[in-house]
Ligand binder design. Structure first.
Ligand code: G4P
Length: 562
């Protein structure tokens, strides 16, 4: 049964004062259950430059995890990361420190997962989303919905992850808020429902009108340029203060827009939101903190506590007592001083205590969890205890794989960690053919780790292996790691394919579809045929030709057979 705070009206936003209020109305009673129910695990998705780093930092500021904004990273330094190994390491060092950030707000414990974007867009980004219970989609008011937003939105949508929208950079002259809401609805196909509405645009933007309480809050513009929290005072929507702020015509226009939203806007429904069918929208400026407080005041009520996760035997309850979780990311040699391998585990049920024993339910191997790292710390600190919803960094001696379940009970196996179809393909050539053995060892290990997909020729030959990736940085990292860790100098040749689909069905014969140059047939490491296309039009043509009898799949679950 859903706790009572999950109701179908805006009132959800004004009843609870904090997380404890919400929990006092819920059905959970034991201390462990209460710890679980106050977890909020989410990720921010956006196109590069929409302000993800800035918003992250401001959430940490409001959550008390940092005391002055400007502390998380030097953006300019991080952005210079392109292709040289030193800067990849540097960038990695930065994202390691911030792979999972924790902060407290209103009695809730937030886990904010870092989803790298831009240059380092990779499969990691997709996989990280599998560990989140909610996503905040950040949209730049001037740029609207951008290509990477669309990709990440689609991943969230297929996984049923609820999405809250934050329209950022309201302090810049952008587009009309209504126009951006329309664009989100039209391009992404998700209805929106504003939770608040901006007052003023560009330099005049200094407030938001809260649609639930019907209160208008004006921010203090002297708020130390975003380094400290922005104070807000309530002002009368119809009063002279607003008229002198945005002009009488602006005030009349604002009142009209608000009436329009209240009368004709999409009604908010908590159930539709949790099903990923509607997106509540907030407006603000992460840079100067306007709108961050109003966002957090609602977000902790919107973002769901850990929810049941699918296993081979059905849904697994986050309150169930055995500890369980799945590996969603593996990162090797994060710290060159340690040369180690860390598996990131999303806890899906129960309580973790350092030193406890569990099983890798795929291999049956026992794991002793003595070394579990906290990532939001400059020093590596061991986590002593954690709960369903939290992320653990487990030291791994090389036996864990992406998608593995770690559990105290052997029959729990989480499903839903698909392999996504790559979009970048390269052929690997060796400068020194004597290094072939090291090359294959390196590629197999990197592929196991999920750093890149190793693909075989359809006839299973491995002369000049082919790699597939979602982002170019994956290929660069693999090239550097082959050199640094396996002493292999690999030459990379980009292949002219942009899309791939697994093909499932009886009697597939690549001879029927091969058009030299525009299509290629390969196999993945589980021997499943994969077709590469030079562009989407070729794919459409091939899919059309074979649509009776064959399934074309963009993301495949491990173990799926022909
Ligand atoms: P990202 O992580 O999504 O790539 O974006 P990031 O936060 O790095 O922000 C990208 C640029 O947008 C930065 O400017 C940042 O200061 C700016 N920005 C973020 N939020 C806001 C906002 O609410 N309003 C305005 N006007 N700008 C915002 P930059 O010049 O690239 O970097 P910096 O010199 O500010 O560090």
């Amino acid at each position: 049964m859903l706790p009572t705070f999950i109701c179908d009206t805006y009132e959800v936003f004004i009843n609870a004062k904090n997380c404890h209020d919400m929990l006092s109305t819920s059905m959970t009673t034991t201390p462990i259950q209460r710890e679980i129910d106050r977890r909020r695990t989410f990720a921010i998705i956006s196109h590069p430059d929409a302000g993800k780093t800035t918003l992250t930092e401001k959430l940490l500021l409001y959550g008390g995890a940092i005391h002055t904004a400007g502390a998380v990273k030097s953006k300019k330094a991080a952005k210079s990361a392109t292709s040289d190994w030193m800067s990849i390491e540097k960038e990695r060092g930065i994202s390691v420190a911030s792979s999972v950030m924790q902060f407290e707000y209103a009695g809730c414990r937030f886990n904010l997962l870092d989803t790298p974007g831009h240059n380092d867009f990779s499969e990691d980004t997709y996989r990280t989303l599998t560990a989140a219970d909610c996503a905040v989609m950040l949209v730049d008011i001037a740029k609207g919905v951008e290509p990477q937003t669309i990709k990440l939105f689609q991943v969230c949508k297929t996984r049923g992850i609820p999405i809250v929208t934050f329209v950022n950079k309201m302090d810049r002259d952008g587009r009309e808020p209504m126009e951006v809401l329309d664009e989100i609805e039209n391009v992404l196909g998700i209805p929106t429902t504003p939770v608040n509405y901006p007052v003023g645009m560009g330099k005049q933007f200094r407030g938001v009108f809260d649609l639930a309480s019907k209160k208008l809050f004006q921010f203090d513009k002297t708020a130390s340029q975003g380094a400290k929290q922005a104070e807000a005072i309530e002002v009368d929507l119809h009063g002279s203060e607003v008229a002198s702020w945005i002009g009488e015509a602006g005030q009349a226009e604002l009142i009209e827009s608000l009436e329009l939203i209240q009368e004709a806007g999409n009604p908010f429904s908590m159930n539709a939101f949790l099903a990923g069918e509607i997106s509540p929208v907030f407006f603000g400026s992460a840079m100067n903190n306007f709108g961050i407080g109003p966002f957090l005041e609602k977000f902790y009520q919107l973002c769901p506590a850990p929810r049941p996760r699918p296993t081979e035997l059905g849904e697994h309850d986050p309150h169930a007592s055995p500890f369980s979780g799945f590996v969603f990311k593996i990162q090797a040699n994060m710290d060159p001083k340690h040369r180690d391998r860390i598996a990131f585990v999303r806890i899906c049920s129960g309580k973790f205590e350092r030193g406890m024993k569990a099983l890798n339910t795929r291999s049956g191997r026992k794991i002793s969890m003595d070394r579990s790292l906290n990532f939001f710390a400059s020093e590596r600190i061991n986590i002593e205890e954690a709960y369903s919803g939290d992320i653990l960094g487990l030291w791994d001696s090389g036996h864990l794989r992406i998608g593995d379940t770690i559990s105290e009970k052997k029959d729990i196996k989480f499903v839903g960690m698909p392999t996504f179809s790559p979009e970048i393909f390269v052929r690997i050539r060796l400068a020194d053919p004597m290094k072939r053995k090291q090359l294959m060892k390196g590629l197999e290990q990197l592929s196991d780790e999920g750093a890149v997909q190793l693909l075989n020729h359809y006839d299973k030959s491995r002369v000049e292996p082919i790699l597939g990736a979602v982002g170019w940085l994956q290929i660069e990292v693999v090239k550097h790691r082959l050199q640094a860790e396996y002493n292999v100098n690999a030459e990379i040749e980009r292949l002219p394919y942009q899309e791939a689909r697994w093909i499932f069905g009886e009697g597939f014969d690549p001879k029927n579809i091969v058009r030299p140059g525009s299509v290629a047939c390969l196999r993945d490491l589980e021997d499943r045929p994969l077709i590469l296309f030079d562009n989407k039009w070729t794919r459409f043509r091939v899919e059309e030709k074979l649509k009776d009898g064959f399934d074309f799949v963009a993301a495949v679950q491990p173990g799926r057979k022909q």
